[in-house]
Ligand binder design. Sequence first.
Ligand SMILES: [Zn+2]
Length: 324
Amino acid sequence: MSGHTCLVVMYHYVRDSAATAFPDIRALAPVLFDRQLDWLQGQYTVIDLRRFEAALDREESLPPNAVLLTFDDGLIDHYDTVLPLLRARGLRGTFFLSQDACGTSPRLLAVHKVQLLLARLGVEAFSRALLQACAAPGIPRAAGPEVFGVAPWEDDNDRAIKHFVSHQLPFTEAERVLEELFTRYIGDSAAFAGRLYLNPGMIQEMAAAGMTFGYHTRSHRMLARLSPGEQEDELRPGVAWIRALTGQATVPFCYPWGGPHTYTRETLRILRESGYSLAFNTVRRRVKPGRENRYELPRVDTRDLPPYTAAEPPPAETFSREDA
Ligand SMILES: [Zn+2]
């Protein structure tokens, strides 16, 4: 068996944000995606999920410089933009879906409500509206400098308010407040979800074109904040749902947010017992088949590679980059 490694690349939005109603959503422009595919195909061999899993199972060896392309969150960009670009090159990708977003009654995930509200209002107005709407005790503490920082509003403030909503605010309170703000500032969230995410028909069309799918929890909650029973609710139904939708024999998983602190030992157990074939986090290095825990496989972000950077990050740099 060869000792070849595999680079796994993670993508989210692939769209021309400037041409949309949310120009401030951070996305990979289609022209840059195309350029990155040129670069990848010049240096690497793009493999599909079947071959990646066969390498993990030590049934097949990898080609030198293998790369697997993965796309998170079930965004409609993956049907509108990614599918035609991959098909034109004869490539296959792996797409991770949350059932609440891509099922028969789509719901807008909290992670996307935050991104869209931030893009619509800016971080200062969003932070103030959010904190005003919060009823949970102890909230004013978060209105200190660690959230608001100093003007001008910068990335640190974006990160602070996202951290507050996703890591600190109780889920039910975060969901209540985000729904209230989304309705007030943007509109009907269910209608918006119907336009933001892949629907079952699109997923089946993509599967027929050779694309593969994995699960990304039911509701995109941070697993480390849930009890084992709540984690089971988020994880258990995914294998059967993806199989029924696509006819796939194996179903991979990727963690929402993705850093090693966003899941627990219990998560790994539940994934194994539920029958997932593997799981990706966001630790930033290559996969070394045969030397990995298959439920903690690393991935790099599109922004770690050209044309954003000069080259693939060196092996020594292994830190985690969150997915939102
Ligand atoms: Zn995600």
